[in-house]
Design a binder for this molecule. Structure first.
Ligand SMILES: [Fe+2]
Length: 134
């Protein structure tokens, strides 16, 4: 499998539950990338976009549960990032349904850039709060 997003140690937060979810999340993105590369049928691609969407919702709600449980001071700003991403993903999915060919590059670039920045910047903010506790 070709990997658009190769996992490396800089993405490791040192919180096992979250790191495993992030790996799985990137795995789905790589699966989507491969589906694009192989020019698979749009219904196949769409089912992976939906898988990505479902996993995103699952992953964000786990993080958000921990924020509540441990009182993360930047909770509202972080929630806004999550909600913006969910909305954008939904929008891109709808666009893809209408016009599968034009959207490939835009969707992949958006997700890759966002995920990388989110893990390396936003998620790093809660490491000191959650590490060793979950
Ligand atoms: Fe997050």
């Amino acid at each position: 499998m070709k990997e658009l997003f190769v996992w490396n140690q800089t993405y490791e937060l040192g919180i096992q539950t979250i790191d495993e979810q992030h790996k799985k999340w990137l795995g789905i993105m790589n699966k989507l990338y491969n589906s694009f590369v192989k020019k698979e049928a749009s219904d196949k691609v769409l089912s992976i976009i939906k898988e990505m969407e479902d996993y995103t919702i699952y992953h964000f709600s786990s993080e958000e549960r921990f924020f509540k449980q441990f009182g993360f001071i930047q909770e509202s700003a972080h929630l806004k990032l999550h909600n913006d991403f969910k909305l954008e993903l939904k929008k891109l999915k709808t666009e893809y349904e209408k016009s599968p060919l034009s959207l490939t590059y835009k969707l992949m670039t958006f997700m890759q850039t966002w995920l990388r920045a989110h893990i390396l910047e936003a998620d790093k903010q809660y490491v000191s709060l959650l590490k060793g506790k979950i």
